[in-house]
Design a binder for this molecule. Sequence first.
Ligand code: T1G
Length: 712
Amino acid sequence: MASEAPAPSLVGSRTEDGVAVLTIANPPVNALAQPVRAALLAAVLAAEADPAIRALLIIGSGKQFVAGADIREFDAPPRVPLLNDVLLKVEAATKPVIAVLNGTALGGGLELALACHYRCASGAATLGLPEVKLGLLPGAGGTQRLPRLVGAAAALELMLGGVPIAATRARDLGIVDRLLGGSDALAGGLAYARELVAAKAAPRRLRDERVAADGLEPGFFAARRLEAVRALPGLLAPGYIVECVEAAVQQPFEAALALSRRRFEECRESVASRSLRHLFFAERPSSGASAGALVVKQVAVIGAGTMGAGIAISLATSGHAVVLIDPSEAAVAAGAERIAATIEAAVAKGRLASAAGAEAIARVTTAATLEAAAGADLVIEAVFESMAVKREVFATLDRVCGPSVVLATNTSTLDVDEIASATRRPGAVVGMHFFSPANIMRLVEIVRGRASTPAVMATALAVARRMGKLGIVVGNGFGFVGNRMLYAYGRENQLMLLEGATPAAIDAALKSFGMAMGPNAVGDLAGLDIGYRVRRERKDRPTDPRYYRVADLLVEAGRLGQKNGRGAYRYEPGSREPLPDPAVEALILAEAARLGIVRREVAAEEIVARCTFALINEGARLLEEGIALSAADVDAIWCNGYGFPRLRGGPMFYAGSIGLAAVLAGIEGFRRTHGPDWTPAGLLAELAAGGLSFEDWDRRRSATAAGQGVVR
Ligand code: T1G
């Protein structure tokens, strides 16, 4: 495999008092892409060969040291020079090599530091091996060098948790030899290097050390392996990380390192890791999305119900001043109480520092009239899901608020343009569709109205990001993206209930596929009356007499779900455990008979195929219509808003992993047996015919957009 010549300036190289300063500069995060590896190797070998050089210093440019290997490279076979081999050369250097951790050192970045002979760090640096979050293990010696530095137990904690640690903790563990004071990491690093040169410090190679394992009780690794596999089911990496650390204790460095390389490749090629890597990029905010955002300091939340309170909590804990407005005194009081109680509970659980909790609570004020929104930079409306009510609120806000105020609606299905038309400023109106509970769920669909300006879109995205949310831009169509697909998924659930599958059988099949909850349990949790009301607000409600028939009958029989102990299931008082209810079975049997449906056994495979293919087909239609901007967005929405299994990467990525031709064949089969709802989306048929995936379609679109200078 020929390695490409190193690109210039990816690794800056200059000399200071006999110290070769090698600066890795691959913005935005100094990922160790192949050209960077080649440049680093060349610079290290050149410094090694230069008699004027007495030590080497490696540092990152910008706020990162090195954020890891380039994750994008993992979908193709590895290219030389392999990071593992570069690090062996760094470690073999005969002159002291000092890593200066000027910022984030993650994954391959920390492995690079471990291959160096000494490590110093600025106080702001964070260090970690987060590979397990991508379904990987540290593939460039981390499973071998880290245990030699901190012991097996601490090394396993860092690699199995994947959570970065602060520089001070890294110093206490012995990973960092020297904490640098001041703000100039390079100056501090150079001073430390000179100190080592003056002391004639020899290279210190972790590969020559042993792992301190004397204190490990018998069966330590077997127990940790069992625990690791249980903690992260469906992933190869946890078990392999334990296996590699055990090998670090019991085998020579070379043999154990070779084992870790083999195990890394197995993980890299697994569907689970490919899925997680796909979501890593799908969940990154698109670059430039917040450009031009307006400054938002105070936010008015209209409606003190569950959603309004949840949104207010998320805003207050992320530093925004919030005024919670509701004409009902009781609702405002209950909302304020819920906000304080939720934040205090987070403090009690250690999720929030006590002072931060108190400050967040203090940021929330309440009011009874919309006039109180006058001082807000952003208003988020979360009132009753009725067009008439929302239009009235927006007409008042239009009169009360200043000209540059952004007016957002939290509607989950209503037409944002129709709401905007109640104002004289439709350009300032945007949808911010939060998911319940709004203080917990990461996802926010940012709905672009026909007139929404770029600055208003950027502001909504920036606020969502500052709230720690995943803001995804979607078009203004019924149900936007997530709920539009949910109705297709739910349609199949409802039909299969009539055809012969019980709620429990459907939910069990989809849970074993990996869904967090089955559709019938979800319906009971959310409240069946919500969907009932939405279906009646729909202008384009399907005329099929079977459409959501069981759900409608349950509501009409007073069965609303967990909220009143009876829905698709029944619930013992105080329990949320769904229990099959013969009354539901009888209701379904009677309706199936009335509709003339001959019931049959519905296999789990059919349940999964009909529900997942319905998602994929509707997702493809949303892409064709431009309501969803990319298949990656659809995947991020369904993994973050609806519990689609992350180890399958989202509906559209899952389609690619089983092959679009197979999905198309399945859909065509359902069309023959279940009618025109199963007409294949044109985009799906086109991609399947070309042997392509939705990822290919995204790549093609990004390339086209980049060519036109379009920021998504
Ligand atoms: N590879 C490729 N691209 C990356 C990347 C990476 N490792 N990290 C970030 N990016 C891109 C990201 O997609 C975005 O691109 C831009 O950089 C800014 O990212 C061999 C196998 C470092 C904490 O898992 O956690 O090393 O959208 O928006 O909020 O054993 O990025 O601009 O086009 O997230 O400031 C292990 C992953 C890799 C760290 C910075 N490392 N990155 O957060 O910026 S595997 C990781 C992060 C590995 C070795 C193993 C974060 C960050 P775009 P961003 P940020």
